[in-house]
Design a protein around this ligand. Sequence first.
Ligand code: UDP
Length: 362
Amino acid sequence: MSEYEIVVAGAGIWGCTVARGLAEAGQRVLVLEKRSAVGGNVRCETDADTGIEIHTYGSHIFHTHLPEVWKFINRFAEFNGYQHKVLANYKGRIYSLPLGLAMINKFFGVELKPSEVDAFMKNEAHSSALFDAFFRGYTSKQWGRPPEAIDPSIIRRVPVRSNYDTNYFNDYNQGIPLAGYNSVFDRMLDHPNITVACGRAFSLDDLAEFSRASVFYSGPVDALFGYSFGHLPWRTLRFERETLDLPDYQGTSVVNYTEAEVPYTRIHEFKHYHPEGLLNGTWGFNAKKTVIMREYPATWKPGDEPYYPVDCEESRTLLSKYQDAARKYPNLVIGGRLGGYKYYDMDQSIAAALETVAGFLK
Ligand code: UDP
């Protein structure tokens, strides 16, 4: 094992980008992945019954405004041009997210023009009614605390517009890989300087074994240090999957259920991520059936998958203790959504990894 100059522990999007970048710079890279397959939580599976690509860990839509990230990912994927739109079900009625003219006009039964939105929303009764319907309940379910108790940047991820643009993201580059997400990771790691070992967890003891290598770790930072300072708080997700004898259940890929009384936050229907299948008349899989997945957020406990870092006073203090501990290992670099404890989108993970690679090679 000592012939490797680089060990990448964790083969999610950050780890795979680091591995590729360093391999292309001539380094010999060993990738260790705890799970039986690479791809982290972007990993997908093909449903045996219907042939539909299921995003095992919830919907992943690639979107970015960063040219270098778009250029990088396009070396390993051809995208299908899918543009993400999200509907909201509030008390049985369907509205278009994000907050814009389509939503406002339907919710209030008005016909506002773009120039009238600002004044309308300055009225406290209007803005509170919209916030309570679409953000209060969903946020409480998602984060296990009221919106006032979370960092405002989290809700600001959702755009606010005064037009009829219902694109869920402001990023002009979007899509789903035509050949599926798993092929992207396979292609990223397909390099003569990269060796991949799956089913191989990484622990602090391994740092001694790989003392001559530089180690890039992207698992949860508290797990690496045996939770010695305590558990970092995470939100986890539970998914309930169902195959239905219907060609189409909800007519779109994601519907958010925004009221607190519905126990799940959203329903994913994966066949809608491949509109190219719809266009050629086959959907690329069994058109008579569809697969949906209900998403239930919960507080993370040991044994659960960590999904969302919880940015709060307690987690910041704990995180800095782990980061101080990590600094004692000069050959250790920690990053990614889990390692960095950052609410990264896929493109931000790639951008961070490219920066890490550039910094390392300097
Ligand atoms: N949010 C909400 N209602 C919605 C959609 C989002 O209240 O219908 C809030 C919620 O707090 C969520 C945050 O906005 O955690 C960010 O939403 P996003 O869709 O970006 O979350 P993700 O897809 O990363 O889970």
